[in-house]
Design a protein around this ligand. Sequence first.
Ligand SMILES: N[C@@H](CCC(=O)N[C@@H](CS)C(=O)NCC(=O)O)C(=O)O
Length: 218
Amino acid sequence: MLVLYGHPFSSYTQKALIALYENETPFEFREIGPEHPDNIGAWLERWPMALFPVLVDGDRSLVETSIIIEYLQLKHPGPVRLIPDDPMAALDVRFMDRFFDLHVMDAQQVAVASKLGRIPMTAEDGLALAHERLRKAYGWLEGALAGKTWACGESYSLADAAASTSLFYADWVLEITDAWPVLRAYRQRLLKRPSFARCVEEARYFRPFFPLGAPDRD
Ligand SMILES: N[C@@H](CCC(=O)N[C@@H](CS)C(=O)NCC(=O)O)C(=O)O
């Protein structure tokens, strides 16, 4: 049985959960939190970098969500293939996955990390920098997503898993208004995808803990 260590409100945990839910892959979820000290010990033993999620498959521990999702497709494939078989199409998917992690998720995390005092920057400066970076990313995505259903065309992929969670929280840091209509509509489509809709529901309880204050919207 696969085991996933993570937290339901964590964006990267949700990215891995999307892949598991898409293919209805059986797994056991072990929540990281003060109520589960055993899980914390087991998680840190497997990944001293202290980041989640971590996927455990027998003797093997996997970290980094993009790698976890690639691994699932190699070792526990299902009907939904999140990385295309065609190598050039796969390259496009991997690029967009990197874009969402590095230019959307990382950007919004600056606002959160500065608010929590985890980086040497005031919360005000952190929010300003996050806004600057997100405006650039939203602007680029507005063109890159034009005419597409999903990040790389008509097939839902790894890139959409990354987009779902990064855009979900980015919108809470800098709202994706009508100034970016293509991106706004894409985020709405992502929210309707059953695998991600399930993640959003499972994490709803934790919203009061969002460090910047969660807005009253999905
Ligand atoms: N690049 C990593 C990022 C993982 C990551 O940043 N996880 C966050 C949660 S979303 C974390 O573990 N943060 C540590 C903490 O909150 O203490 C991945 O793709 O898995």
